[in-house]
Every structure is written in C-alpha cells, then in structure tokens.
Write a protein of this length. Structure first.
Length: 105
C-alpha cells in the first residue's frame, strides 16, 4: 500500500482554507440582516446543540463507571436547571462523581 506524503506547507494551507471558508461564505452570501425569527433562533441554538451532541455521549464513559457518571450528569443537569453558575455546577458534579466512586469501590 502506498503512503501519501503531504508537504507541511500544503497541509497548513489546506487547514487554513477549511477554517476560513465557513467564516467567509456566510458573509459573502448573506449581505442583508436575517429577518426570519426561525432562522435567527436556529443560528442561536446550533452551537449549543453541536457542543452537546459532541460531549454528552462521552459523559457516560469518562469515569469508567456508568453509575458515577450518571450521578455526576444528573447533578449537573439539576443544578443547571436551577440556574447555578458554571463553576458551581462543575465543582459539585466533580465532587459527586468522586464521592460515588469512593462508595462504589
């Protein structure tokens, strides 16, 4: 099987192009302000949805124990819905995972 060798300069150029195009294309195509409330809502919520879709499955495999991971996730969701700060939610969730890990081991 042959190996593909890419020049480092070419690799950097391609990475820059892939990073640059998604930022420039919307500016090139949408010259006017978007007036549709549905499209605005879509663009407001998509980053959160993508972040959630990328990170949520890994929550349950991060600790090596599904029970402690589920408890930590539950604590985080509960505190988030109660409007607590990100630092507080993270700290208490980590403590909950640690304590459940100690109890189960």
């Amino acid at each position: 099987m042959s190996e593909i060798v890419v020049n480092p300069v070419t690799a950097v150029f391609l990475m820059a192009l892939v990073t640059f195009l998604p930022r420039v294309l919307p500016i090139a195509f949408f010259r006017r302000e978007i007036s549709s409330p549905y499209v605005k809502a879509f663009f407001n919520y998509v980053p959160f949805a993508v972040l959630g879709a990328m990170t949520f499955p890994d929550v349950f495999t991060s600790t090596g124990n599904i029970i402690s991971a589920a408890v930590g996730c539950g604590v985080a969701v509960l505190l988030s819905f109660r409007g607590k700060s990100l630092l507080f939610v993270t700290s208490v969730s980590i403590a909950a995972v640690y304590l459940i890990g100690l109890i189960l081991s």
